[in-house]
Write a protein that binds this ligand. Structure first.
Ligand SMILES: *Cc1c(COP(=O)(O)O)cnc(C)c1O
Length: 420
């Protein structure tokens, strides 16, 4: 039996291809034999950039040394640090600096944003979600419906797709034709399960033409694929930063609000002092009314956690240094190489689109037998995928730290285990 991918070729690619050395800037988890793991779970939890440890130590020193003075004192003062960090993500999601911020966590932010953007009426009250929606999104949509007194069993509608693994603009048109009472679409930019990169540019005008608000969950898209939230006229979006953005477990999330909504007084916000005009934020007496900032910042509520912001700052600086375009190119080559290896293995197939434009760096593989059993066996060989039972293994060759050799190793072990 031949080896599906040639190790010498993989090693040569690692020498020849740009950005291989970026891996050295990360802490790579170890296999039980002391060697580096071949880590393909960066779509669940991105790895730790080496620069993050000293940066956190520095932040602690600043707190220890300055106390409350740290808010305003020095270059790295905490006050408005959230704004300078958010400015680093405009290229990643494709928006104006005023359209993006960091706060809270992904699901919390979806609720905060839906509080403004889900406005059911007696004519139109349904929320559209995707097949294979991530559970949290489904729960959030259902809870919003119930919160407004609606019926989640009828008012959360799933996009009717000919093939639920590949959603098309035609599917969207058809669904909207059947449901005239949808007021909000909440869809994933890259689906966590199939790895499909939604054709957002084609879908947005369809939704716009029927005056349906368009919100995106970008958990698997931010830092993975190029996004143009502003040009696509997305209304709102949020993303966690612990997957492709490497900011650590449960780290502070990012969000987007289209500029056309910033001064809309009809949008009710669940207000808090951090969304208020900074000039009067500390005006504890006298100011009775919330004066929202005229930007995405107007949706903030609270003073953000310093220790959550620092890892995001370090990580976003790495993205800025290398550029999402170069990373995406490397990602496409790694993913193609992985796909080539998978195709050479008998008895397995992929559910991820084969068109590189319609996917990020994840390949979801349908395996014979139990996915979690196979995952456990692979981890036993130092290869780390992510299982979704019953039969899907997800592999994400993340461009910042995955090598071609990692891929050859994963494919070889998978081939061996599936053959047994
Ligand atoms: C990872 C993920 C989440 C996680 O939400 P948190 O609020 O950060 O726990 C939500 N939605 C999708 C699509 C995800 O992939």
């Amino acid at each position: 039996m031949g080896v599906p991918l040639d190790f010498d070729e993989a090693k040569e690619l690692d020498v020849r291809e740009p950005l291989t050395e970026l891996r050295n800037e990360f802490e790579i988890p170890k296999h039980s034999d002391g060697t580096d793991q071949a880590y393909f779970a960066g779509n669940s939890l991105g790895l730790l950039p080496k620069r993050t440890r000293p940066a956190i130590k520095e932040a602690l020193d600043q707190w220890g040394g300055k106390g409350v003075g740290g808010h305003f004192d020095g270059e790295e003062a905490w006050y408005q640090l959230d704004e300078s960090i958010a400015a680093l993500q405009t290229d990643i999601v494709g928006c104006l600096p005023s359209e993006t911020g960091i706060m809270g966590s992904l699901t919390t932010n979806l609720h905060m944003l839906m509080a403004s953007f889900y406005k059911p009426t007696s004519e139109r009250q349904k929320i559209l979600i995707e097949p294979h929606a991530f559970p949290s999104d489904r729960y959030a949509a259902a809870a919003q419906v119930a919160w407004h007194g609606g019926n989640p069993n009828t008012d959360v509608v799933t996009l009717e797709a000919e093939n639920p693994d590949h959603l098309t603009p035609d599917d969207l048109e058809r669904t909207l034709h059947h449901h005239k009472d949808i007021c909000l679409a909440l869809l994933g930019g890259v689906n966590y399960y199939t790895g499909q990169f939604l054709d957002i540019a084609s879908m947005s005008p369809i939704l716009k033409s029927q005056e349906i608000t368009f919100g995106l969950d970008l958990a698997h898209a931010a830092g993975n694929v190029p996004l143009e939230l502003h040009d696509w006229e997305i209304d709102f979006a949020s993303w966690c930063t612990y997957k492709y953005l490497n900011a650590g477990p449960g780290s502070i999330a990012g969000y987007f609000v289209n500029h056309k909504h910033h001064t809309d007084k009809r949008l009710i916000r669940l207000a808090g002092w951090w969304g208020n005009d900074p000039d009067t934020r500390f005006d504890m007496h006298g100011q009775e009314h919330f004066i929202p900032r005229q930007s995405a910042d107007g949706w903030k509520t609270s003073n953000p956690s310093l220790l959550a912001m620092i890892p995001l700052k370090e990580s976003l600086e790495m993205f800025a240094e290398h550029g999402i375009v170069a990373l995406r190119e490397r990602s496409a080559r790694l993913t193609k190489y992985f796909e080539k290896g998978i195709k050479a293995i008998k008895n397995i197939s992929t559910i991820t689109p084969t068109d590189p434009k319609r996917r990020g760096c994840q390949i979801s593989v349908r395996v014979p037998g139990s996915a979690s059993d196979l995952e456990e066996q692979l981890i036993g060989c130092g290869v780390v995928p992510d299982a979704r039972d019953p039969d899907i293994l997800r592999f994400a060759p993340v461009p910042m730290y995955t090598t071609f050799t990692d891929i050859a190793r994963a494919v070889q072990e998978l081939d061996r285990l599936v053959a047994n």
